[in-house]
Design a protein around this ligand. Sequence first.
Ligand code: GRF
Length: 196
Amino acid sequence: MLNIAVFASGRGSNFEALHRTIGEENIPARIAVVISNNSAAGALNLARSFGIPALHLSQRQFPGPADFHQAVLQSLAQYRTDLIVLAGYMKKMDAAVVRAYSQRIINIHPALLPKFGGEGMYGMHVHAAVLAAGETESGASVHYVDEEYDRGAVIAQQRVPVLPGDTPETLAARVLTAEHTLLPSVVKQIALNHRP
Ligand code: GRF
């Protein structure tokens, strides 16, 4: 059984899709904890409604970054985390955590990396940039996380067309639908290959 810690800052639809697919497809994985830097994150409420431990952990609760990262590592150990899934987590993952979970942290990004990634490329900024560049397709990427934004090796991508008349919002909605199948499918592969 693969123990997953999900980090999410926002609404949590990717977390929800992952939770649902794990159940529907009998994936040998369990979301052991959801962690958010944002106490008002929809993801935390969803987790509570599913009976999954929901932790609000923010730098602001600690005297310094080292204490915060220590607390994150402690929670990850407490829930026997095998895999960290960043699903709309708006903070950069600390280097100490990245080192401790090397090759065991994945992120979902709403574009076809390496295009439209990096600092500042989040939310609607990504889709606005794709439209401004005149791209004819976009999509979602799941990649390993290293110490730089959106730079780790891409594991899988799902493409969607950019349609005439698209706005950042309509494109975001189409990409999000792709995200909701891509992320669970990658987690499924990792879970099936996982040897505890
Ligand atoms: C998704 O578009 C994801 O690719 C990005 O943040 C968004 C999170 O959406 N990293 P949600 O909170 O999973 O609904």
